[in-house]
Design a protein around this ligand. Structure first.
Ligand code: GRF
Length: 205
């Protein structure tokens, strides 16, 4: 059974979905730690409720991003983490982190990459821009994390239709519901060893 480390910055509804899918037996894995860069992230409470080890690591206690990331790597290693899941984690990972966990870091993004992604595209801004552009479909992308922002190999994508009367709130809510299925699905595939990389193409078998 694989050990999973989850990094969060906020509410943690995706974390909750992972917890629920582990508890139901859908994912054959264990969350070894939940780490947040924000002290008041509600996701930390969700972890505590489940008796999952939860840590707040404050960037301000470190002189550089590298040192901050090193501390997170150390915490993950101390718990033999095999897979790192970014579930609404709003900080950029250091090069060392990405090297250390190459092809073992999964992120979820609330659009169909390569649309509405990259630097500055996080949170509600993603949905705002999708609505402004007038796309008829948006969606969810689960991907491996590489050195770029939202540029890593795509594991799976799910489509969400944009309705004429959608607001940022309604669209975000519908996309989130799909996220809550897509992320556990990708993590399950990973934990079963059913994901293979061929260059930047992800093969699911
Ligand atoms: C989600 O929309 C996710 O795609 C993005 O950040 C949001 C996190 O939401 N990366 P939550 O904290 O899981 O509720």
């Amino acid at each position: 059974m694989l050990n999973i480390g989850v990094l969060i910055s906020g509410g943690g509804t995706n974390l909750q979905s992972l917890i629920d899918h582990i508890n139901s037996g859908y994912i054959n894995g264990k969350i070894a730690a939940v780490i947040s860069n924000k002290k008041d992230a509600f996701g930390l409470k969700r972890a505590e409720r489940e008796k999952i080890e939860s840590l707040w690591i404050d960037r301000k206690s470190y002189d550089s991003d590298e040192e901050y990331n090193r501390r997170i790597i150390d915490e993950l290693k101390a718990r033999d983490v095999d897979l790192v899941v970014l579930a609404g984690y709003l900080k950029v990972l250091s090069e060392e982190f990405i090297r250390e966990y190459k092809n073992r870091i999964i992120n979820i993004h609330p659009s169909l990459i390569p649309s509405f992604c990259g630097k500055g595209y996080y949170g509600e801004r993603v949905h705002e821009e999708a609505l402004k552009y007038g796309v008829k479909y948006t969606g969810v992308t689960v991907h491996f994390v590489d050195e770029g922002t939202d540029t890593g190999p795509i594991i799976l994508q799910r489509v969400v239709e944009v309705k004429e009367d959608d607001t940022v709130e309604t669209l975000k809510e519908r996309v989130l519901k799909v996220e809550h299925q897509a992320l556990p699905e990708a993590v399950r595939l990973y934990c079963e060893g059913n994901i293979k990389l061929d260059g930047r193409k992800v093969i699911i078998w």
